[in-house]
Design a protein around this ligand. Structure first.
Ligand code: ZN
Length: 353
C-alpha cells in the first residue's frame, strides 16, 4: 500500500487547509517527484477565490522542483534520484493543439495547465507529472533549486511576455505592473535587446527591484502619469512594445495607448473580471493601427526549461532577488495569505519541504 503524504488543499471557494493523501503512483509515461522547493503564485490566490470554479480537496500549487521518486516503466531519459524542475504547464505533446505548436493550449483552451486545475498540484510532499520524458528538466550542476524553481512559471511566463512582444533590437518597451511576472518580463525584454525599458507600477519595493534588475526608467503611477512619461521618453511616438502583466482593464488600455502604430501589445495577465475587455478605439487606430495584441499562457516542456536553466547557469539571469520571504511547507498558508494581501513588501515567497 502506498504511503501517505501531507498536502495543502483548496477545500472550497475561499477555504484552504492541510490534509493527507496517498502518495500518487505513476502511469507508464509518468513520474512522481518528491518536492523540495516551491513558490506561491498569485494564481494560487485566484484559484482559491474561485477563478476556475469550486474545487474540493484539490492540492494547490504549480511551481516546484524536486527529486525523481518514482518513474513509469516507459520512462527512459530520467532516473530515480535526479533533481528536476517541472514547468507549471505540462503538455501531452500528442493532441492536435500540441501538434499545432500551441502546447499551452494542450487538448483544449488553457489545457496545458493541469496542476491545481484538473489534477492535484505541487503543494504536497510528492506530486505526479504526466508525460515525464517531455516535462521533466534535470537541474544542471551549478544551478541552485532556489533559482531553478523560478523557471517553472515566473521566468517562463515573464520571458514569454517579452518574446511575444516582437521587440526590435534597441527598441522601446513598456512593462505595465511589476509583480514577479512583470519583473521577469522586463528582464526578458533586456535579453531580447530592448534599448529602453520603462517599468510602471505603484509599489516602491517593486519599482526599486525593477531598477536593480535592469529597468531603465521606473514610473510610479501614483506620482506621475505613465502615458505622459512614456510619450516624453519616446518623442511622442509611443513604445514599440508594451507588456501587460496584471490582467486589468486599466493596464490593458494603457498598453494600447502607449504603443506606436505597428507596435505589439503582449498580454501575460489573467483577466478575472467582467464579461468583456474594452479596447480604446482611437488609440487602436479605429481598428486600423497595425497594432498586434498577442496573448499566451506560460510555455512548458523540457526543451524550454533547459534553455531557461541555461540562462541561470551561465549567469545571464538571476531570479533569486525576487524571493523576499521564506517559509517551511507547514506555513504555506501564511505565504498564500501574504500573496493575497501583498503586505510586508512581498514579491515571492519560497517554500521549503
Ligand atoms: Zn504561477
Amino acid at each position: 500500500m502506498a504511503g501517505k503524504m501531507k498536502c495543502f488543499v483548496m477545500q472550497g471557494v475561499g477555504k484552504v487547509g492541510f490534509t493527507e493523501k496517498p502518495i500518487p503512483e505513476p502511469g507508464p509515461n509518468d513520474a512522481i517527484i518528491k518536492t523540495t522547493h516551491a513558490l506561491v503564485c498569485t494564481s494560487d490566490v485566484h484559484t482559491v477565490k474561485g477563478a476556475i470554479g469550486d474545487r474540493n480537496n484539490l492540492t494547490l500549487g504549480h511551481e516546484a522542483v524536486g527529486m525523481v521518486y518514482e518513474i513509469g516503466d516507459q520512462v527512459r531519459s530520467i532516473k530515480k534520484g535526479d533533481t528536476v524542475a517541472v514547468n507549471a504547464i505540462t503538455p501531452c505533446y500528442k493532441c492536435e493543439n500540441c501538434l499545432r505548436g500551441f502546447t499551452s493550449q494542450c487538448t483544449q483552451m488553457l489545457g496545458g495547465w493541469k496542476f491545481a486545475n484538473i489534477k492535484d498540484g505541487t503543494f504536497a510532499e510528492y506530486f505526479h507529472v504526466n508525460d515525464a520524458e517531455a516535462n521533466l528538466a534535470p537541474i544542471p550542476k551549478g544551478v541552485s533549486p532556489e533559482a531553478a524553481v523560478y523557471t517553472c512559471d515566473m521566468m517562463s511566463t515573464g520571458f514569454m511576455g517579452a518574446e511575444f512582444a516582437n521587440i526590435p533590437l534597441g527598441g522601446s518597451v513598456a512593462v505595465f505592473a511589476l509583480g514577479p511576472v512583470g519583473l521577469m518580463a522586463a528582464v526578458g525584454a533586456k535579453l531580447k535587446g530592448a534599448g529602453l525599458i520603462i517599468g510602471v507600477d505603484g509599489m516602491i519595493n517593486r519599482l526599486e527591484l525593477a531598477k536593480k534588475l535592469g529597468v531603465d526608467i521606473i514610473v510610479n503611477f501614483k506620482e506621475a502619469d505613465p502615458m505622459n512619461k512614456i510619450m516624453d521618453l519616446t518623442d511622442g511616438q509611443g513604445v514599440d512594445s508594451a507588456i501587460e502583466c496584471l490582467g486589468g482593464q486599466a493596464t490593458f488600455e494603457s498598453c494600447i495607448k502607449a504603443t506606436r502604430p505597428g507596435g505589439t501589445i503582449s498580454v501575460t495577465g489573467y483577466f478575472g473580471e467582467g464579461e468583456y475587455v474594452n479596447i480604446p478605439r482611437m488609440e487602436w487606430g479605429v481598428g486600423m493601427s497595425d497594432k498586434v495584441i498577442r496573448t499566451g499562457l506560460c510555455p512548458g516542456g523540457k526543451e524550454r526549461m533547459k534553455r531557461l536553466l541555461r540562462l541561470i547557469k551561465t549567469g545571464k539571469v538571476d531570479p533569486t532577488p525576487l524571493t523576499t520571504h521564506k517559509f517551511p511547507f507547514e506555513q504555506v498558508d501564511k505565504a498564500l495569505h501574504l500573496m493575497e494581501t501583498k503586505e510586508d513588501g512581498i514579491i515571492k515567497p519560497l517554500i521549503t519541504f
